[in-house]
Structures are given as structure tokens and as C-alpha cells.
Ligand binder design. Structure first.
Ligand SMILES: *Cc1c(COP(=O)(O)O)cnc(C)c1O
Length: 532
């Protein structure tokens, strides 16, 4: 197979699959360069505070369980009465993790009105993990804490915590799968339905709707480089068209890393006032990385379902922590209530095995039931240690009285890497507050044209597959970055993740890109000489 054909075949694969093929090439790169993978979004920082708090509950819980039964390695269960007092007595306030725990309990009691004994019992049992998650969808006090966290980080002052229901999931990944599955199962989206997406977008939102299971038709709301990767306000007009059933968006976007500004949010709010039937799914996993973020959910709570993940901010991708949040009054429940009678009868049959009143089962509980094929609804729900970890991460933010230093540090880390990369490449930086800077998109043809003239851009476009540059960057220079076409970005646009390499690596990446562009330029010059 010649190189071109191989490259064409590669381009059929998803962006993540192409990147993983390039890892090997990069590790054994021809120049013996250090291997640098800026392809993945996995962060290289972790939050230590919540992690150190977790085992304190485990230790306490074991001792507490031994008070009811104890033989060698066997213990009993915990007791609600007086549990907070016994727990408080074990705290050593010379340790920062214990101070954090005390502040967390005080916050939950004083600000959220949670009973101290109930909370200590919930955390302790959750972390010991000796009960199925009850209620299945979300532990009671954990839900209050997640709601307070989402309100404080994503709603920009709009008070929705009390009217929001949460379903914790195995990361944003599971949330996305559950949502597609339940939308289809409940006839909210059918084959052939049109859905709008903001592109470039995280590849699963392009790939899943196209699967033979779903066969949805995608309408792209395109953001471009000239616009700093912001969706133009006019592009939102298509959402007025009633043939568009749903709008899936990632905000701030991945790979563009740009949050919707207030004009776009206002427009969406307006559209939703007219279109009571529009479904919006917003994936806000990068929300905390942009300044003064505001989610679409807070401007259109009736229409919008929100996906959040703790993975990126807290460096906990291995834990699999995320959630689905939606309002108690929402379009999903109302659309289901108005389905044709024959569709409702079919749903009655299925959900009737877990509830006597299937027609009033809210969509969020359908998501929970569907996540375990309805039949296993009674053992559904996110594992309790995971739920406790979500609550602890949330509390690290909630206990901050004046600003969250941890969140500020994560923003500074990605911003610095963005700056180093752009400075070395000589690209103008976008320092507006909507730029989350978790990723950046760089246009290799634009850089080529700027460094060596338009001729080089034309030469590269004409003679090489767009993936050729990335393959050579891996093979010769040891650098893996992601192609943007899989995210529905234009050819030549590449995604650099600022999450997972040391700061100085971003200077090296920029330098190696320039070395490779010089090589293309040399090739062009020698081919011109041959022709002369
Ligand atoms: C990383 C990412 C996810 C997946 O998050 P997990 O919680 O790790 O499963 C979801 N959506 C977007 C846009 C992401 O970038």
C-alpha cells in the first residue's frame, strides 16, 4: 500500500484512534527526540484534599462497624445515633485533611441544613460500601451537595439548586451513553430526526448519532478560527426550525475551548421561550476553566439537561465521576406525557415492571432504570464510594470562603501552557474570558503560510493528505497531537491538549512543528528545482 492510500485509510478512523496509532511511531521517532503526547485530555494534576479525606472515613467506618460485631477480620455495621460525635472525636485538627472534613461537615449543616449524624453516616457507609445505592439514583445528602456545587460553579448566580435533580454516573462518558439510550427508548428522538451540534465538537457527539442504532441527521453550527472558535449568533437561528428536535453542545467547547458568551446565551434563552419542545443537552465538563462561566442550563432550565464531569478539574479520570442534572420541571417529562397513546402503552409495559405508575416516572429516573436495562433498576446507581468521592470533591470548592485557589491554579496551569505554545509559534493569543484554554486549535496551513508564504500552504494542501503532517510529526519529531477533522474542524486544524505535559514541553512542541514545516518547505524548493 502506498503512503497516500495508507493515509487515506487512516483518515477513516476516529481522531482518538488515529492518535493511538501514532503513539508507537512517536515513541520510536527517527530523531531520538523525547516523546511528547499532547493528544489526550487527561490532566497531569490531581486534587489532594478530597483524596486525603476519603480514607479518614474508611478508617472510622471500620472501627465503628466493629462496635456492633467483631471477630478477627469481620465487623458489623455502623450506628446512626451519636455517630457524628464519635467521628468528630477522631479528628485531629493539626492535620489539614481533618480540618477540611470538619469545615465540610460544618458547611453541610449550617449552609445546606443537613443533619450532621445523617451526613457522617451517609459518607461512612458510602465509603465502606456495604449497601446498594439507596435511593438508586443518588444518595440523599450527596445530591444536595452536588446541587450546591453545580450551582456555585456553573449557574453564575441563578438559583436552581433546589429545583434540580441529579443522577451521578460513571464519568461524563456514561452520562452521554445513558442519555442517547434513554432519549431513543422514550421516543424523544427517532431515526431520521435532526439534531444540531456545535462544531468542532468532542468526537462521540458526531459518531454516536450516526451509529445504525440512532441514525440521526446532524446539523452543524460551525465555529471558525476567524471567530476565535465562537459559534456566530446567527447560526443559532436554525434552532427555531421545529424539525430540529435537539441541540447537543459542549460548552466550553472541546476542541475549541470556548464558552458561549452572554449574547449567545440570551439568544438561546429567547429561542427556548418560543420552542417549548426543544431538547438541549449541554456538556459542561470544562465550565470551571473559563472565567465567569454560565451554563445554558441556567438560562433555559426547562429545556436543558446538563452533563458534568469531575474528571478534568480534579484529575480523577480513573475514578469515573460525573453526573446528569436536570430540572424538576422539564421538557423531557412533558414530551413523554404527550406521546401518542400506543407509544405510551409500550412504555407502560417496560417501566411497569418497576413502578405501578409508569406514566409518572420522571425522565431522570428512566435514565437510572434504563442504565441497568430496567430489570436491574433495584441495583442501579453509581457505586457509593464513587458518590462519596464526588461529594468530597464538591466540598473542596464549597468550603472556600473567598475564591477557590485550587480552581484558580488549574486555570493558571493551562493558560501558561497555552501562552508558551502560542508565543513560540507566533500565533496571536485569545485572552478573552470565554477562552478556557484547556485545548487549542492550531491551523498548520496558516502557520506554514505565515512562515514561508502562501506557496507552501498550496504545496502542502495539493501534495499531501492532511494527516501526512501529523504522521511525520510523530515519526520524525516524536510529537503526537490530534487531527481536527474527526471533531469536524477544517483540514489542517490540529488539537493540542494543554492538560497533560510539563510547561516546557509546549515550547518543544512548537519548535518541532517549525522544524517539520521547514522540511516541507525544503521539499517544495527541491521539487521546484527539479522542474526547472
Ligand atoms: C473528557 C470529556 C468527557 C468525558 O469525561 P469522563 O468524565 O472522563 O468520562 C465528556 N465530555 C467531554 C466534552 C470531554 O472532553
Amino acid at each position: 500500500m502506498n503512503t497516500n492510500q495508507y493515509e487515506k485509510n487512516l483518515e477513516q478512523l476516529g481522531a482518538f484512534e488515529i492518535a493511538s496509532k501514532m503513539l508507537k511511531l512517536a515513541k520510536n521517532n527517527e530523531n531520538n527526540n523525547s516523546y511528547l503526547n499532547a493528544g489526550r485530555g487527561n490532566p497531569n494534576w490531581i486534587n489532594t484534599q478530597a483524596r486525603l479525606a476519603f480514607p479518614r472515613f474508611m478508617e472510622f467506618g471500620v472501627k465503628e462497624s466493629e462496635s456492633t460485631m467483631h471477630e478477627d477480620n469481620l465487623a458489623g455495621y455502623t450506628t446512626l445515633e451519636g455517630i457524628a460525635g464519635r467521628f468528630d472525636a477522631t479528628l485531629d485538627l493539626s492535620k489539614t485533611e481533618d480540618v477540611f472534613i470538619k469545615e465540610s461537615l460544618d458547611y453541610a449543616v449550617n449552609t445546606l441544613g443537613i443533619d450532621r449524624d445523617a451526613l457522617v453516616k451517609e459518607f461512612t457507609d458510602a465509603i465502606i460500601g456495604n449497601n446498594y445505592p439507596v435511593p438508586s439514583r443518588c444518595l440523599v445528602n450527596t445530591e444536595k451537595i452536588i446541587n450546591a456545587y453545580l450551582q456555585d460553579t456553573l449557574y453564575n448566580g441563578v438559583p436552581l439548586a433546589d429545583s434540580t435533580q441529579v443522577f451521578p454516573t460513571e464519568g461524563g462518558t456514561a452520562a452521554i451513553c445513558y442519555i442517547f439510550n434513554s432519549l431513543k427508548k422514550n421516543n424523544l428522538i427517532k431515526e431520521g430526526d435532526k439534531i444540531a451540534i456545535n462544531t468542532p465538537i468532542f468526537t462521540p457527539y458526531i459518531q454516536i448519532p450516526k451509529l445504525t442504532t440512532y441514525e440521526m441527521v446532524e446539523v452543524n453550527l460551525v465555529a471558525s478560527e476567524e471567530n476565535n472558535w465562537e459559534v456566530p449568533v446567527d447560526a443559532l437561528d436554525v434552532l427555531e426550525d421545529e424539525s430540529i428536535k435537539a441541540f447537543f453542545l459542549v460548552n466550553p467547547s472541546n476542541p475549541g475551548s470556548r464558552a458561549l458568551d452572554s449574547r449567545l446565551l440570551k439568544r438561546i434563552k429567547k429561542i427556548c421561550e418560543k420552542r417549548k419542545d426543544l431538547i438541549i443537552i449541554t456538556d459542561d465538563v470544562y465550565g470551571t476553566f473559563s472565567e465567569d462561566f454560565q451554563t445554558v442550563y441556567s438560562v433555559a432550565p426547562y429545556n436543558t439537561l446538563l452533563v458534568y464531569s469531575y474528571s478534568k478539574l480534579y484529575g480523577c479520570t480513573g475514578w469515573r465521576l460525573g453526573c446528569i442534572a436536570m430540572n424538576k420541571k422539564n421538557v423531557f417529562d412533558d414530551l413523554i406525557a404527550h406521546l401518542p397513546e400506543e407509544k405510551l402503552k409500550l412504555l407502560d409495559e417496560d417501566y411497569g415492571i418497576v413502578t405501578l405508575e409508569p406514566r409518572t416516572l420522571p425522565f431522570i429516573d428512566r435514565l437510572t432504570a434504563d442504565s441497568r436495562s430496567i430489570g436491574l433498576y433495584h441495583t442501579s446507581g453509581l457505586s457509593t464510594p464513587q458518590q462519596a468521592m464526588i461529594a468530597l470533591f464538591s466540598l473542596t470548592h464549597l468550603v472556600c470562603n473567598d475564591g477557590d485557589k485550587y480552581i484558580e491554579s488549574t486555570k493558571k496551569i493551562v493558560a501558561k501552557r497555552y501562552h508558551l505554545l502560542f508565543e513560540e509559534l507566533g500565533i496571536k493569543e485569545d485572552n478573552t474570558r470565554e477562552n478556557a484554554k484547556y485545548y487549542s486549535l492550531i491551523d498548520i496551513y496558516t502557520i506554514a503560510a505565515r512562515l514561508y508564504g502562501k506557496d507552501l500552504e498550496i504545496y502542502m494542501r495539493k501534495n499531501f493528505e492532511e494527516i501526512d503532517f501529523l504522521l511525520n510529526l510523530a515519526k520524525e519529531e516524536g510529537v503526537v497531537i490530534m487531527e481536527g477533522v474527526g471533531f469536524a474542524a477544517p483540514a489542517g486544524v490540529l488539537r493540542v491538549s494543554h492538560a497533560n505535559l510539563t510547561d516546557d514541553a509546549y515550547i518543544k512542541i512548537a519548535k518541532r512543528i517549525k522544524v517539520l514545516l521547514k522540511e516541507y518547505n525544503d521539499k517544495m524548493k527541491s521539487s521546484l528545482e527539479l522542474r526547472d
